[in-house]
Each structure stands twice: as C-alpha cells, then as structure tokens.
Design a protein around this ligand. Structure first.
Ligand code: GUE
Length: 287
C-alpha cells in the first residue's frame, strides 16, 4: 500500500508561511493583490476562481475579479487587459484560459506585464522559466508539483523523472523545474514507443496527459513516486472527477502517490497566491 501524498498538508504549511509574509508586507502599508480576469462564466473557471478567492482570504491578501461578457470583441478586451496590467494596485494576474474563440489568445496573453504574470501566460515568462531566471513565474500547476515533492522530502538529484505529457502548461515547464533539481528527465507522450515501459522506469512519474485513468499497473513499479496532475471527468462517476492515473490499480504497487482530488489541484491556488506575493515583493523592492 502506497503512502498518500495529500495536498492539504502542503497547502496548510504554505498558507501558514504566506500569512506571516502578508502580515509583514501589510505592516509596510502594502497589501498584495491578485487580479482575476474572466471572460464569460465557464464552470471550470468559476470553480478555480472560488478556490483562489478562498485562499487569498485565508492568507490575508486582496483580490479583484475583472469580468467581461463572453462575446467581448478583440479591441475591447485588449484595452481591458492592458488596463488591468497597468493598474498599480494589482501585483499578479490570473487570466482564465482558454479564451472564447473570437479572441486572439496568443496576442492577448502577451499584453500581461511579465512581472505580473503569475501563471506563465506570456512568452516573456516562458523564456525566463526555460533560462532558469528566478524572476519568471512558472505556471502554478508545475510549481505545485515541485512544492509537493519538496514538502515530502522526495529526493530528485540524480533520480530518473519521467514526465508523461508535453503541454505548454504542465509537461514542458515541469520538466525544466525537475532539471533545476538535478533530476534526469524524460518527456514522453501518447506517441512514445513502448510508453508503459518508459514510464515504469521512473523513480518519479509525473502524469500530465489529460486522459482519465490512462496510467495502469503496467506503467509503474514498486517504490515509485507518482504525481497525478490530471483533472478529468470520471467516466465511471458522472459529476465527479479523476486523475490521469488509475488509482485503484496503481496505488497497491507504488511507493507514494498523490490522490485526485486532494492532491496537486489542491495546492495550485496556494501557489497562485505565493507567486502573487513574490511579485508584490519584487515590485516594491522588498525581495
Ligand atoms: N490560466 C488558467 N490557469 C489555470 O490554472 C486554469 C485556467 N486558466 N482555467 C480553468 C482551469 C481549471 N483549473 C482547476 C484547478 C484546480 C482544480 C481542483 O479541482 N482543485 C482541487 C479541489 C479544490 C477544492 O475542492 O476546492 C483538487 O484537485 O483537489 C480544478 C480546476 C485551473 N484552471
């Protein structure tokens, strides 16, 4: 039976630390503030927004939601994002993606000032992540994976880390963060030859393909650490969601595993706040 790497313990410890940090910043007359840009009202976005607001409240940060109609046009939305970016009170920006298809998302993403880009929406942030520049924020989910590994003292130096998935928002950036910690990193995906065998060689497996319960018993080995990034609708339980890992099949084999829900996803909003606080410190010459 595997050790369950619960996100809650990680989130609680981080929130404790962030609360103290926010109090110290407030003592200087500054309140860190997150700006949330939302177009329309997708359930996914609203769910994450609810979590982000709750986390902001619990660490004493401020937030403001900038909401726009689902049919907003390109010119109006460009103007809106530029204005939020220029707003001196806002230290970090979360813009929900994907944007509705009438909008040129690539262009709009890059209107967010890099120093406020706490979820790595811009090319500028990506460049910093890929060049190990610590002033660039990686997306919140890969950072959450790293924070979980760190909290549970899982060694990475010299270890074989396999990242299953190559997305811009998880697979690629988490590979860079694992490299920083001196892991030996393999990125694989749905078209990799002998995919289960490649995954089974990992000391640490990061499952980020976005396919419900794709990681089965033949993808893992005894003692392995499994970090499940997936948030998929559970085909077996309508209305519930599940990870990329078939937990029931994999958990009896591996050494340690994150659950879904209650794993990586439960740490992401805390990372969002952590990175906004860091942004606030940098913008005010406090870090
Ligand atoms: N730019 C951008 N960045 C995002 O990170 C982003 C986005 N746009 N658009 C919407 C999606 C949705 N999303 C979720 C994150 C966590 C859970 C989640 O379930 N978290 C907890 C549950 C938390 C709770 O129960 O309150 C868990 O997995 O245990 C769900 C959804 C991020 N998104």
């Amino acid at each position: 039976m595997a050790e369950r790497l619960a996100g809650k313990a990680v989130a609680d410890a981080m929130k404790e630390e962030l609360s103290q940090k926010v109090a110290a910043i407030k003592a200087k007359g500054i309140t860190p503030k997150l700006g949330i840009i939302r177009v329309g009202a997708r359930p996914d976005d609203l769910f994450y927004e609810g979590g982000a607001k709750k986390t902001c409240d619990s660490v004493g940060m401020a937030y403001q939601v900038f909401e726009y109609p689902a049919d907003i046009d390109q010119a109006a939305f460009e103007q809106a994002v530029t204005a939020v970016g220029a707003n001196k009170e806002i230290n970090g920006i979360l813009m929900f993606a994907p944007l509705p298809k009438q909008l040129d998302e690539k262009k709009i993403r890059n209107l967010i000032p890099v120093e406020k880009d706490v979820d790595c929406m811009t090319i500028g942030s990506a460049a910093k992540v890929y060049t190990d520049d610590p002033t660039g924020f990686p997306p919140c989910t890969p950072t959450a994976c790293m924070d979980i590994l760190k909290f549970y003292n899982i060694p990475l130096k010299g270890k074989k880390a396999v990242v299953l998935g190559r997305s811009q928002v998880v697979g690629k950036p988490v590979a860079m963060l694992l490299l920083r910690e001196h892991a030996t990193v393999t990125i694989c995906h749905s078209r990799t030859d002998n995919l289960p065998a490649v995954c089974a060689e990992a000391d640490v497996l990061i499952a980020a393909v976005g396919r419900a319960k794709m990681v089965k018993a033949n993808y893992v080995k005894p003692g392995q650490i499994v970090i499940d990034v997936g948030i998929n609708e559970d085909p077996a339980n309508p209305g519930k969601y599940c990870g990329d890992v078939d937990y029931a099949e994999v958990e009896p084999i591996v050494g340690k595993i994150t659950p879904v829900p209650g794993g990586v996803g439960s740490v992401t909003t805390v990372v969002l706040c952590k990175q906004t606080i860091q942004a606030c410190e940098m913008q005010n010459g406090l870090a």
